[in-house]
Design a protein around this ligand. Structure first.
Ligand code: NDP
Ligand code: OXD
Length: 315
């Protein structure tokens, strides 16, 4: 019998094994560390598998990331050269857009300031707020998640633009592409949302230089940042310095250079930082299992996989 290997270096494999036993009855569902004939392993689902642990399965046909991000796979220098696919799931996409809309609106409507004023029982008659249409949101990463968030932000009135690697044509959303158009994109951005994958090209991209390029002529106090892509995109020391010197007004961070975020990090107590524990979008495990099982069935029928990861691009 062919095997489907659940290779998790992070998180509990048990619920996934249970799901796949129900969804893929023709496969022996095994976990890393189980005694398994290497020749039988035909598919792998991974989330932070230990590097090298997938390199001795000669009949492997495909690898599936448990998440939308695949940077965890590329940590492995011995990654087998077989097709790889990632999760694209409407539930995951919706949840990310909820996160982006929640925090973009919260910055627009200054909820952090009102929370502080409430704690001080302070009623100030200074309630002017800019309209959403006068606030420019820039989304770095116009893939599945960035594009959905862009449309939803647009539908509630924000002036939205996007930046990606390759040029795009998206109705009602001006787009910029590549390093040559980054400065122009940043210069029209009051709220920066990063939904980029972590690759050698994007590592550390959210740094002082980039943050200083954000708009200085906006209707908001100073530009703000929302990063729900990956922690490796950001330089946390630069974000803190930019918050303190007025380059940045507010930062909302779901992801961190090291996770979990160390209890010593100055980010925790900064008055203009919002921290969420890498849960901007955690999709339903059963939905993800169903999506992966459907991919296995496609491969077994000889059909091409969906949502394929490009080795050379790293995402
Ligand atoms: P996609 O692959 O669909 O989109 C990635 C986007 O980033 C594309 O528009 C791509 O450009 C762009 N991009 C990649 N490299 C560069 C570059 N060097 N310069 C400019 N643009 C670049 O990914 P998703 O939208 O599905 O997901 C994005 C990321 O979100 C994931 O990789 C993951 O890290 C993160 N994520 C975080 C979650 C959380 O809970 N915090 C949950 C799920 C995902 P192009 O269109 O030209 O290819
Ligand atoms: C993902 C994540 O990549 O949850 O899916 O971060």
């Amino acid at each position: 019998m062919a095997s489907f290997l659940v290779a998790m270096g992070s998180g509990d494999p048990a619920p996934w094994i249970k799901n796949f036993r129900g969804l893929l009855p023709d496969f022996d569902i095994v976990s890393l560390g189980d005694a398994v004939d290497p020749l039988s392993v035909r598919y792998v689902m991974t989330w932070y598998h230990p590097p090298g642990s997938l390199s001795h399965f000669p009949n492997l046909k495909a690898i599936f990331s448990l998440g939308a991000g695949v940077d965890h796979m590329f940590r492995d220098p011995h990654l087998p050269n077989v097709p790889m696919a990632r999760v694209v799931d409407p539930d995951l996409t919706n949840r990310m857009s909820e996160y982006v809309m929640l925090h973009t609106l919260s910055i627009l409507r200054q909820t952090r300031r009102y929370r502080t004023q409430q704690a001080e029982r302070l009623w100030l008659d200074d309630d002017w707020q800019p309209a959403a249409q006068d606030v420019r949101v820039g989304i770095m990463g116009m893939g599945v998640l960035g594009t959905d968030a862009a449309h939803k932000l647009k539908s509630i009135g924000f002036d939205v633009a996007g930046w990606s690697k390759s040029p795009k044509q998206i109705k009602s959303v001006p787009t910029y592409a590549g390093p040559d158009e980054l400065a122009a994109f940043l210069a029209r951005t009051d709220i920066l949302v990063t939904l980029l994958p972590l690759t050698p090209e994007t590592r550390g991209i959210i740094n002082t230089n980039l943050l200083k390029g954000l708009a200085r002529d906006g209707r908001v106090a100073a530009p703000s940042l929302i990063n729900a892509g990956r922690g490796g995109l950001q330089k946390e020391a630069d974000i803190l310095a930019c918050l303190d010197d007025g380059t940045l007004h507010e930062a909302v961070l779901d992801v961190f250079e090291t996770e979990p975020l160390s209890r010593d990090s100055a980010l925790w107590l900064h008055p203009r930082v919002t921290i969420t524990p890498h849960n901007a979008s955690v999709s339903d495990p059963l939905e993800v299992s169903r999506a992966i099982a459907a991919q296995v069935q496609r491969a077994e029928r000889g059909e091409a996989l969906l949502h394929v990861v490009h080795y050379e691009q790293g995402y």
